[in-house]
Design a protein around this ligand. Structure first.
Ligand code: FAQ
Length: 346
């Protein structure tokens, strides 16, 4: 089943069990049974749950993907959060505030899912804080105008949904279940972005130009959210063999392009790619090459706002340290009080 051999098969690992202790023999037997059950769950397209045995690399892959996803939601609050005070009406402000809060919630569901794999949340936060962890490239681009908030909703949340609907069927139970709720909320996010752009593109000439300019800037980076091309995606093959990812990066990118071309027409806006053209034979839109040098540079930390995004995250975390300390001290006090009360009544 495995596309690569992720680790030594337990049967091989048991070859020397006669020389080792009874405990080790039993552990190896448990791993053998666990391995077989895991392979069966994957073959039958069933869920793997936190207490099930799983190969180390499956666990590592999930912690990597789920925590990067959580970090993306948290860092992704910044470009839009920056516009809450400048939203053009009370209604727009309320909607945007709700959306940014949703993104925080998504981050929390995802950190919870990652924790069930055995990596403590503080460790995951630390990886983001120190810049060791990745998050989606898209959030290193600035939101310059109000129309950018429309483009983020329509294109960025649109790409996020296209990528995440198949993840609702991810083999790891807590991740798949978190994605179901997240996708419902993302659908609302995409519609609010579309509606902002529709309003602008049917407003004054200057508003329409602002909407077009936002779409021109976000189109390429949104398509890159799906990850590098398949032949440069080292993780896809194994993740698909494990039913974590259901489709390749390029397949999802194509699905997204096919979806947004008619939506752009309905908006009265154009997409900034002269090679975009319906291909009858393929039954899909052809599209031009994306700037992959730029993508890899952004992923390595050299995008327009990588430094600013992390600096802002660190400052918020540092400034909030006293709240976390106070909450922990209060929880410890409550626990002690409950303990003392139990002793008294015993
Ligand atoms: N940015 O081998 P692959 C959102 C990395 S949430 C940065 O293809 P994989 C909601 C990748 O990690 C958006 N890095 O990797 C929202 C890997 O590095 P590693 C986030 C990227 O995992 C909206 C290396 O390149 N969504 O938008 C990117 O099989 C509005 C090789 O790549 C998710 O995280 C990238 N774009 O496929 C919030 C969805 N692409 O770890 C606020 C879940 C790739 O080996 C406002 N994740 N890399 O060092 C996934 O589906 C997958 O992880 C992919 C990447 C498709 C992102």
């Amino acid at each position: 089943m495995s596309a690569q051999s992720p680790q030594l098969h337990p049967v091989e690992a048991t070859a020397t069990t006669e020389q080792i202790s009874e405990d080790a023999r039993r552990a190896a037997e448990e791993a053998r049974v666990g391995w077989e059950r895991f392979e069966q769950l994957i073959a039958e397209d069933k869920r793997v749950e936190p207490r099930d045995w799983m190969p180390n690399n499956y666990r590592k892959t999930l912690v990597r993907q789920v925590s990067q996803h959580a970090h993306s939601e948290i860092i992704g609050m910044q470009p839009e959060g920056n516009w809450i005070t400048r939203a053009p009406s009370l209604k727009r402000k309320a909607v945007l505030m709700a959306k940014v809060q949703d993104e925080a919630g998504h981050g929390l569901y995802l950190y919870s899912a990652a924790e069930t794999l055995g990596t403590p949340r503080d460790e995951l936060y630390e990886q983001l804080y120190t810049g060791k962890a990745k998050y989606s490239s898209i959030f290193n681009y600035p939101a310059r105008t109000w129309a950018d908030i429309g483009a983020i909703g329509w294109l960025v949340d649109g790409a996020a949904i296209t990528n995440q609907v198949p993840l609702c069927r991810a083999s790891y139970g807590p991740y798949g279940r978190a994605m179901v709720r997240i996708c419902k909320e993302e659908s609302f996010h995409q519609r609010q972005g579309w509606e902002i752009l529709y309003t602008l593109s049917h407003g004054t000439q200057a508003q329409k130009q602002m909407a077009q300019d936002a779409v021109d800037r976000f189109y390429g980076p949104a398509l890159q959210m799906f990850g590098p091309p398949d032949d440069e995606s080292p993780n896809s093959k194994q993740s698909m063999a494990w039913n974590i990812k259901r489709f390749s990066n390029d397949d999802l990118r194509q699905r997204f392009v096919d979806m947004i071309v008619p939506q752009a027409e309905a908006l009265g806006l154009t997409l900034p790619d002269p090679e975009l053209k319906w291909n009858d034979e393929r039954g899909h839109y052809d599209y031009g090459d994306l700037d992959w040098d730029e993508f890899f540079s952004v992923v390595k930390g050299n995008g327009p706002l990588n430094h600013q995004r992390l600096a802002h995250y660190r400052a918020a975390r540092d400034e909030g340290a006293w709240v976390r300390e106070a909450a922990a001290a209060y929880a410890a006090k409550q626990q002690q009080a409950a303990h003392d009360a139990a002793l008294l009544t015993a």
